[in-house]
Design a protein around this ligand. Structure first.
Ligand code: SF4
Length: 209
């Protein structure tokens, strides 16, 4: 696996999406300090490739900061049972994102044209379609990988045996079957190429206009 080349393509997908939705996002009422999408969270779904980017970023942080985030990830894994709404482990006390520079597409896709309520964000239907297309592109790009909740994908990548196989371009779903079933992990290759379209849910599923 040529991680650098894949990460470049990952960034291209992010950039293309940003360009395509910039006209819609111009109507967003999102503001600094509002972390609705990070607190009222079902899943923060990411691909394994996005997980590698976040993992590598975490390794560059000072040890004290890294240990604090590791504790938050461990707590999130324990709390994140199916259907549970728990805050993202990377949401800092001051409502900022500890991994903002490398945040996954689940976070980049979201905005709202109305202040979020219990029903979640309100975004343009066209932007929602573009984001589903981008999710499919991300899963095709990471076609020996998986998708699932952020703390579980990072847990998978912390397993030396899995990480070695993944980074070598290997693909062996039975190896992670038990873990995957327990945590709702999906196989990118099967969701991105088959039907129905992959369902990486938004963090705050909302009505579209
Ligand atoms: S990764 Fe950052 S932006 Fe995304 S849900 Fe977590 S705290 Fe929010």
């Amino acid at each position: 696996m040529h991680l650098t080349a894949l990460v470049k393509q990952l960034q291209d997908i992010y950039d293309d999406f940003e360009k395509a939705v910039s006209g819609y996002k111009a109507f967003a009422v999102c503001r600094a300090g509002c972390a609705f999408c990070c607190t009222t969270v079902g899943n923060v779904d990411i691909t394994t490739l996005e997980g590698m980017v976040i993992r590598n970023h975490l390794l560059t942080l000072p040890q004290k900061h890294r240990l604090r985030l590791k504790k938050a990830l461990d707590a999130n894994r324990r709390a994140k049972t199916p259907g549970a709404l728990v805050p993202c482990p990377f949401l800092a006390a001051d409502q900022t994102c500890a991994v903002y520079a490398v945040r996954p597409f689940s976070c980049r896709r979201l905005y709202s044209v109305k202040t979020c309520s219990a029903d979640g964000p309100v975004l343009h239907r066209e932007a929602a379609v573009l984001s589903e297309t981008a999710v499919a592109a991300l899963q095709r790009l990471d076609n020996t990988g998986y998708s699932g909740h952020i703390s579980h994908i990072l847990q998978l990548l912390d397993m030396p045996r899995f990480r070695k196989l993944y980074l070598s371009g290997g693909f062996d779903p039975p190896e992670i079957m038990e873990f995957g079933k327990a945590h709702g992990i999906v196989i990118n290759r099967f969701t991105a190429f088959g039907k129905p379209l992959p369902t990486i849910p938004t963090q705050c599923p909302g009505e579209t206009t």
